[in-house]
Design a protein around this ligand. Structure first.
Ligand code: ATP
Length: 438
């Protein structure tokens, strides 16, 4: 399958089957903005839920937060975002006024405007923060920003969480939430958007332990992707070069995935040093330092950050799962069952046999009561229904047939092996849950 074609196919499937729609589509769309449809919401929620399970359930020293999108403007001054820290280099075509990221043009070895061949301006710094005003008067004093990253809400609440949870370093705080960036060139579908969701975790450590925890978190985070079925050969680490490091970073490595459009970042692991807590102490006047129990010395905790994007991860899972089975003329989303929007679909073998439909409805309703998201389909023939479920990644299809009426068993067909198995209807909830929790 040609890789550039693959993206087109994913975008088209995403819209056709209700995963992702272009934002404000009936008005011609809005660059860098996308809406999630019914299946997309389930799917992205599953991605976020898997991250939450990994961070807050499997570990006992990380606490969850849900801080607000809007914060005091000073937060962004302390963090360095309003100054040179949060800018991308921009070049504009003097003729057609198209704007480009200078670093992207450089990577591609492009000197003239890719749109019209016109001359480009020298690179200038462009701040990515999205501005807004709070309150009835729209002037400089009411100016603030939609957060450019979720992380800052964590630093602002560092002391609150530490005291409320009686936490001692090392410990972490994580959260999932929206972030906004006025990206110069939104691109590659949901890869680079202007409104997106992040899944960020900040681990606070003693400075001497920062390197150990940096390695620990690198390994933990790549394992999360492979545990959810992402092909190992399509993942790699890329250390940042010295001149590429963010203003706060002491060390950084990206986890990159080989998308159909090339190797690109899905998550950043950063050693942010003591930049954040020392800066917020200075700007807010609140002392966020710690005292070493042994030496009595005062220090600002170092922060190891794991910064992932929910939308970017979701796109990666979609791209990794998309496959075409030429022999059977099937498109199959081989999503990890935990991520699949529906865990199972229930069909009556024939839609014009009321006793089958009635029985299938009971099985469907009982299965939904177990907490699993289950689909119902009685359109077309069984082959067409399998095709429709394969395309959205449903791992198991349950068919209710004549034998069901006699012995209360059903056929369960597996998406990947296409093998069928007879299972007692009453056992279905247990059967799927045990498979999901392998
Ligand atoms: P890039 O170099 O791609 O602009 P970045 O290095 O600025 O990304 P970070 O600030 O480290 O990204 O953000 C952490 C994570 O948030 C990224 O790895 C990505 O998953 C997600 N993310 C950042 N910007 C966007 C965006 N515009 N659209 C979707 N996800 C994003």
């Amino acid at each position: 399958m040609a890789e550039e074609n693959k993206m087109e196919k994913i975008v088209s499937l995403a819209k056709r089957r209700g995963f992702i729609f272009p934002g404000s589509e009936i008005y011609g769309g809005l660059s860098g903005i996308y809406d999630y449809g019914p299946l997309g919401v389930e799917f992205k929620n599953n991605v976020k839920q898997s991250w939450r399970e990994e961070m807050f359930r499997r570990k006992d020293d990380i606490f969850e937060l849900d801080s607000s999108i809007l914060m005091q403007r000073q937060v962004w001054e302390a963090s360095g975002h309003t100054s040179a820290g949060f800018t991308d280099p921009l070049r504009e075509c003097k003729k057609c006024h198209h704007r480009y990221r200078a670093d992207h043009l450089e990577e591609e070895g492009v000197e003239k405007c890719p749109n019209c061949g016109g001359e480009l301006t020298e690179p200038k710094k462009f701040n990515l923060l999205v501005e807004t005003h709070l309150g009835p008067v729209k002037d400089d004093s009411s100016l603030t920003y939609l957060r450019g990253e979720t992380t800052q809400g964590i630093y602002v609440n560092y002391k609150n969480v530490k005291i409320a949870m009686a936490a001692e370093i090392p410990f972490g705080i994580g959260q999932i939430g929206k972030a906004f960036r006025n990206e110069i060139t939104p691109s590659h579908f949901t890869y680079r958007m202007r409104e997106f969701e992040q899944m960020e975790q900040q681990y606070f450590v003693k400075p001497a332990e920062a390197d150990i925890f940096f390695t620990y978190w690198k390994n933990e985070r790549i394992r999360w992707y492979t545990d959810l079925g992402v092909k190992k050969e399509r993942l790699r680490f890329r250390p940042h070069a010295k001149d590429e490091l963010a203003h706060y970073a002491k060390g950084a490595e990206d986890i990159e995935y080989e998308f159909p459009f090339g190797w690109h970042e899905v998550e950043g692991i950063h050693n942010r040093g003591d930049w954040d807590l020392s800066r917020h102490s200075k700007f807010s006047g609140e002392d966020l330092s710690e005292v070493d129990g042994k030496t009595g010395e005062k220090f600002y905790p170092y922060i190891i950050e794991t910064s992932a994007g929910a939308d970017r991860a979701a796109l990666m899972f979609l791209a990794d799962a998309y496959s075409e089975d030429k022999d059977n003329k099937r498109v199959v989303l081989k999503l990890h069952p935990k991520l699949a929007p529906y865990k199972a679909a229930v069909f009556p073998l024939l839609r014009n046999r009321p006793e089958l439909v009635k029985k299938a409805r009971v099985i469907f309703t009982d299965l939904k009561k177990t907490g699993l998201n289950v689909a119902w389909d009685d359109r077309g023939n069984i082959g067409k229904r399998y095709y429709a479920q394969d395309e959205i990644g449903t791992p198991w299809c349950v068919t209710v047939d004549h034998q069901t009426l006699e012995d209360d068993t059903v056929t369960v067909r597996d998406r990947d092996t296409m093998k069928q198995e007879r299972v007692a209807a009453a056992e279905l909830g247990l059967y799927f849950n045990s498979k999901l929790n392998v």
